[in-house]
Design a protein. Structure first.
Length: 133
């Protein structure tokens, strides 16, 4: 559910349905831009995150079990619908860059980055189930 107010909006995951209550299928960025390296990775029962950077830019990726992802407030947000009818919520970050959030049916995923909106959306579209090593 997205509640839109005059100065911000609040995202609440209310349609949990049969979504997993913990992370049992891990996702990753499939098309990490050249020059970015993994700085940090965290894996817990209901949350997976990874941080990447190069000399000047950063990408933060998060995957959440829907029941873990509760009321989040955003300012300056817009929706974007891609060619596959995937809806993304895009928010401009105060420090520059964007936060993009989407629901893939099982998990809530997000990317924060100081790259351009277009570059971040391409990264979002590349997110896939992690290949086993």
């Amino acid at each position: 559910i997205v509640n839109i107010f005059s100065d911000n909006l609040k995202v609440t995951v209310s349609d949990i349905g049969n979504a997993p209550t913990e992370i049992n299928e891990y996702y990753e960025i499939g098309n990490l831009p050249e020059g970015f390296e993994l700085n940090f990775q965290l894996s817990e029962r209901q949350l997976v995150s990874a941080s990447y950077s190069n000399n000047t830019n950063y990408i933060y990726f998060g995957q959440y079990a829907k029941e873990f992802y509760k009321d989040v407030d955003f300012d300056n947000s817009k929706f974007y619908l891609d060619e596959n009818n995937q809806e993304y919520l895009i928010s401009r970050l105060e420090e520059g860059g964007f936060c993009v959030i989407w629901d893939n049916g099982d998990y809530v995923l997000h990317i924060n980055s100081n790259l351009s909106r277009e570059e971040i959306l391409e990264i979002c579209k590349s997110v896939r189930v992690k290949e086993e090593n």
